[in-house]
Design a protein. Structure first.
Ligand SMILES: Nc1nc2c(c(=O)[nH]1)N[C@H]1C(S)=C(S)[C@@H](COP(=O)(O)O)O[C@H]1N2
Ligand SMILES: [Mo]
Length: 248
């Protein structure tokens, strides 16, 4: 049975959500929050998305669609380590690349800007219902992962902020991580990424809701298992009850 036939004949069929969940498990399509009360629904959503929209891209807009007044959600960190970083023009900021890679690495903003750049005009949509369109510039996460020698056994990439008051982390599967639109973003609308929008570095995951686009990132970790990350979901947003997979 092919994966696509699985959708048509199984997941979307009359077998019920629980049966669909068992089929999804056979094909490795259960998300980290696939257990618990909402697990079967989360699994069905994730599995059907992964099967039906594999490789699909987030919509890209013409530059005239860029929002005049993008909305920054939340205030920039006030922590001393962050304020010192601002004062220093983020010269000491590093992005650490760890976990299942042959060559663990750490890159400055300047080094990241030296890699092939990618730009996209995409929409950031918050789960609360608002959205804005902006141009993001950065380096594809896939480029950085390949440079570091990502293991063929990798299943997830976890990314986290600097250890600040609003510390947070989230994760995506390897398909999302290797997708060309998934960026480590350092620029927005033609300037360095403003701190309200996550400067100097944010993960930009345009195929998923805004909360997956974590701001102030300082570390990415490649793994085959999310159990060791937080409460085991590899995502603070999922710990708060948001869906781990937030595909649009
Ligand atoms: N570090 C950090 N990143 C974050 C958040 C946050 O609170 N802290 N909020 C998330 C949520 S819920 C959304 S909708 C987007 C909002 O992005 P914006 O500030 O560019 O509007 O950022 C995401 N990234
Ligand atoms: Mo959000």
């Amino acid at each position: 049975m092919t994966r696509r036939k699985l959708v048509v004949g199984g997941l979307a069929g009359l077998g019920g959500v629980a049966a669909a969940g068992r089929l999804a498990a056979q094909f490795g399509l259960v998300p980290p929050d696939g257990g618990g009360v909402y697990g079967p629904g989360a699994t069905l959503n994730y599995a059907t998305h992964r099967l039906l929209t594999a490789g699909a891209s987030a919509r890209e807009f013409d530059s005239e669609k860029i929002s005049k007044v993008p909305y920054p959600n939340g205030k920039p960190p006030k922590d001393e380590i962050f304020v010192r970083q601002i004062a220093n023009g983020f010269l000491d900021w590093r992005l650490e690349v760890a976990g299942m890679v042959e060559r663990p690495a750490s890159f400055s903003i300047a080094e990241l800007k030296g890699f092939p750049a990618s730009s996209q005009v995409t929409q950031l949509a918050c789960e609360e219902g608002w959205s804005y369109v902006a141009e993001w510039k950065g380096v594809a996460l896939s480029h950085v992962l390949r440079l570091a020698g990502v293991s063929p056994l990798a299943k997830f990439v976890v990314y986290e902020t600097l250890p600040i008051k609003g510390f947070t982390f989230d994760s995506i599967d390897i398909e999302e991580a290797m997708h060309p639109q998934t960026l480590i973003s350092y620029g927005m609308n033609g300037v360095d990424l403003p701190i309200e929008f996550g400067g100097p570095l944010r993960m930009r995951v345009p195929r998923q809701l805004g909360y997956k686009s974590v701001k102030y990132i300082a570390k990415v970790t490649v793994t085959d298992n999310l159990k060791g990350f937080g409460k085991g979901l590899g995502s603070m947003d999922a710990e708060f009850g948001y869906s781990w997979y937030a595909g649009i």
